[in-house]
Design a protein around this ligand. Sequence first.
Ligand code: KIV
Length: 282
Amino acid sequence: MLVLQTMYTQLEQRGMSDPPVNISSLRKMKQNREPISCLTAYDASFAALVDAAGTDVVLVGDSLGMVVQGHDTTVPVTVDDIIYHTRAVARGLRHAFLVADMPFMSYTSADQALHNAVRLMQEGGAKMVKLEGGVGQASIVEHLARHDVPVCAHLGLKPQSVHKIGGFTVQGREPDNARALLDAAVSLQDAGADIVLLECVPNEVGRSVATALAVPVIGIGAGPDVDGQILVLYDILNITQGRTPRFVKNFQDGHDSPLAAIKAYVAAVKSREYPAPEHCFS
Ligand code: KIV
């Protein structure tokens, strides 16, 4: 009885008029064709802004290795790094659904993946973990799902594989590769993935994967016909120096505060104004 009272109190504190986003609400958004707005965050202050702007999903991405730690790739990021940042972000959120990245080499076996995913959830406060994978990772996703760990499977351009691929390049342009991506997405959904994230693929691939899957498909450079969009927070706020990918849009332009810029991003995703053709691949 005492436990139940505690749980209700926490829900009441969050305000029932604005209940936290969960997997069911994300699925409903896909069914209702309401685009899902997602952003990365790495600390409590930015997390609070992203949350206040009405973002549905916040990812503590291993992109923190590049935008926070200053590395050239995401490869050096560790599980402890992600836990540190996820804890901070969790403290800033009231409404958005919190996803944390599984770093490079943290899910090479089913047992290792489960051990690290549980750390991200129990120590970090993540509600879902994201891993980069294809059909080769289906058994790992299946193992996590069997233990009730919600999983987002990241397909298309997989930044942790940058040294193997030989650069950050568009994936799925050839018909065989597009077919393989679609097959992998279906296999990962069948294995228990709750969300599929597609990075840097032609619009056509984004559309075919989102149409084929029952679970939400979130795109970054995957065109307008997926179920939601994600970008790196520092990219939309124009903090990132140097060349940015084609899919990036500077939302700080024309807005006098980071909160106004983030609200503009969320509104542009919801109205499907973003991504425009200049942010897409063919
Ligand atoms: O690490 C990250 O931030 C990501 C997003 C760019 C999707 O994987």
